[in-house]
Design a protein around this ligand. Sequence first.
Ligand code: COA
Length: 283
Amino acid sequence: MFKNDLLENKTIIITGGGTGLGKSMATRFGELGANLVLTSRREAVLDEAAREINDKTGAEVLTVPTDIRHSDQVTEMVKKAVDKFGKIDCLLNNAAGNFISPTENLSENAFRTIIDIVLIGTFNCTQAAGKAMRKSGGGAILNIVTTYAFTGSGYVVPSACAKGGVLAMTRSLAVEWAKYGIRTNAIAPGPFPTKGAWKRLVPPGLNIEKKMMERVPLKRFGEHEELANLASYLMADESGYMNGEVVTMDGGEWLKGAGQFNELERMPSLAWKAMDIARKRKK
Ligand code: COA
């Protein structure tokens, strides 16, 4: 799909890069020639992912255990990345925290924990990596949001509030930091199965997974490779005029929920025929 050296000489920080979609995107960036900086809280998980990615792609991978809620740790992580690779070209704000809960059951700390990881964590990384990017003449920031950043969603209210904030940050900095040569974009993925998300967000025993798939007009979940290719494009110089955009990749899921008449999909073809006959008779 891309030339093999699409991301050559680029250093990309991937938060939450040790597992799930973060790891998949990091692997694709590595295949396309990037140097990688993987962060998450768990050192052993990061080191294992780094080994795997290096074996598969040959990419140079630096791992820096970091809790992105703490700006001092983030500053240190970016410093280590610059010390190793000389500069930062791209930041993928992928790390997140989420769980499902009736909102009335949430403590202040539960709400704050998600805001801290998703919104404050994204701010901390953006601030520190942005500073490094400004020094080296620019870069690209890509934020992973979600389609319910547009619509809101019950049962994940802290996450919806935090991701809505990240979307506002994306659009704000696209304007404010363009003068530094920094582009800021977002991807809003729909359902892409990962162990972590499924464990936290898909309640067992309700057969809800099948219903989730039926909500998607394309009748399937996303493949990690599909998201990773979109992220690679948005990191590459070839997307240099993309700025402030949020690209939805969800098989049409959120629009299906939004369109007033989309439920008519369930109307049998016989009913459509009967309506047609009745209309023609009236003429
Ligand atoms: N329902 C309601 N409240 C919950 C909850 C749930 N399922 N899970 C955690 N909380 C509350 C805790 O009770 C605590 O509040 P309290 O102190 O008032 O009791 C607060 O949230 C913080 O929980 P804690 O486990 O101490 O936070 P943590 O920093 O160790 O973990 C999480 C953060 C909860 C987001 C954890 O799931 C995590 O680390 N996730 C990272 C990965 C992730 O979520 N990725 C997203 C995939 S979709």
